[in-house]
Design a protein around this ligand. Sequence first.
Ligand SMILES: [Zn+2]
Length: 111
Amino acid sequence: MSVKQCPECGSPLPSAKTTGRPPTYCTPTCRRAAEFALRRAQVLLTRAQRAEQDAALAVAIGGSYRAADDGDRLTFWRSEVQRLRDEIRALLAGAGDEDETPAAAPTPQRA
Ligand SMILES: [Zn+2]
């Protein structure tokens, strides 16, 4: 990569300071937007996985007069889970090493 871009808005990143790691996002706003998108995708994935599980149970039990619907539901939620996993992976890739343990981690107490 030649010129680094903000993964959130595509703006060129400000040049790195002489110390510390290079910035991943152009502004704190973009970093927070990316964090929000990741949390949102995580919530949606949890919901999709629950729905997939419910649909899989319905298919496994069978005997429903809507068995075809149950199968369609399972197919839909499976693809939704896959899509959200890919989305989260892409978001994490864009975040670079931003998810390192923050410096605000509590310092060990000395006895
Ligand atoms: Zn940006």
